[in-house]
Ligand binder design. Structure first.
Ligand code: FE
Length: 172
């Protein structure tokens, strides 16, 4: 009897999860559709094959497929050196060590970009969350997400994948 109850619970829960997932994917399909209609043309344009040649598989997964590196595994989450962080795909200056802070999340975090126009923000409703995606404005590289729980003066937290960045150390 107990087993039957457990099995029934699993079936009900499973059915619910599947219906939620399909709802979400329909939603994101709609989003992608609208996105595609108004597809942005970036200054740096490359075919997916060309990107694959330039980027490492991990970079390609994060930058082009909007993936996320595992927390605390990235090269720069614990980097305290002075310098600038460039886009790993096109080299545009994105962030400065002057605006980096310890967020404790395991991803390099900044309260603002080097120049506001260098980092674009776009609504992202994937993975059951309403988030704001951060992209390189020159090539459209996925960088990470922006949250509004950052420190002063902006109150923003740019949570960025190390793999989307290339650090250029400041010369003394
Ligand atoms: Fe870029």
């Amino acid at each position: 009897m107990k087993t039957l109850l457990i099995i029934t619970s699993f079936i009900v829960l499973g059915g619910y999860l599947i219906s939620q997932v399909s709802k979400q994917s329909q939603k994101s399909k709609g989003k992608m559709g609208t996105k595609q209609e108004a597809k942005k043309t970036y200054e740096v344009q490359k075919s997916e094959d060309e990107w694959k040649k330039i980027l490492t598989p991990e970079q390609y997964y994060v930058i082009r497929k909007k993936g996320t590196e595992r927390a605390f595994t990235g090269e720069y989450s614990n980097n305290h050196e002075k310098g600038v962080y460039l886009c790993a795909a096109c080299g545009q200056e994105l962030f400065s060590s002057d605006h980096k802070f310890e967020s404790g999340t395991g991803w390099p975090s900044f309260w603002e970009p080097v120049k506001k126009e260098n980092v674009e923000a776009e609504e992202d409703n994937s993975l059951f969350m309403r988030r704001t995606e951060a992209l390189c404005s020159r090539c459209g590289a996925h960088l990470g997400h922006v949250f509004d729980d950052g420190p002063k003066p902006t109150g923003l937290r740019y949570c960025i994948n190390s793999v989307s960045l290339k650090f250029a150390k400041k010369k003394d």
